[in-house]
Design a protein around this ligand. Structure first.
Ligand SMILES: [Zn+2]
Ligand SMILES: [Zn+2]
Length: 154
């Protein structure tokens, strides 16, 4: 079994035109975001992300981007496949040097279990979080808070 927090991981879009390799390096999460923007953006109930070092993420294939704003107001650029439209990763203007990777695009996505849940204040009511799961009404606001709440060193 792979170590999600330490091993080199690979993934990509639905059609295979966009592929990536995530090298060992800084990682936070994976975490589930239940904010209404993620719900709309993914067309689903929540998004499953891990925050990684941008330098550790090598992406190949033609990508297109879309820009939006996060609940915090920060501009987010979402990158996805030019062919099939699957969104794969994003960048947040308030967190330069980091990338947000969509865990469902990992080849081993079935092994991903969120270490925590954010924006549970807008979680869809039918979703029951596992007992004892780390849950925040909103989201961490500082790098220190991100590490404390969703860092992988716990
Ligand atoms: Zn594709
Ligand atoms: Zn969100």
């Amino acid at each position: 079994m792979n170590d999600l927090f330490a091993d080199t991981l690979e993934g990509g879009c639905n059609c295979g035109a966009v592929r990536y390799t995530l090298s060992p390096g800084f990682r936070i999460g994976p975490y589930a975001c239940h904010c209404t923007l993620c719900q709309t953006r993914t067309g689903s109930a929540f998004a499953e992300h891990t925050m990684v070092s941008r330098a550790a993420l090598a992406v190949t294939g033609a990508q297109k981007c879309g820009k939006t704003a996060n609940p915090s107001g920060a501009e987010v650029t979402l990158w996805g496949c030019n062919e099939c439209g699957a969104r794969v990763w994003g960048e947040n203007a308030s967190r330069p040097g980091f990338a947000t990777l969509r865990c469902g695009t990992l080849d081993l996505s079935a092994e991903v279990v969120p270490v925590g849940h954010i924006w549970v204040s807008s979680k869809q009511p039918w979703i029951a979080l596992p007992e004892g799961a780390k849950a925040m009404d909103e989201q961490p606001r500082t790098p220190e808070e991100w590490m404390r709440e969703l860092g992988t060193a716990a």
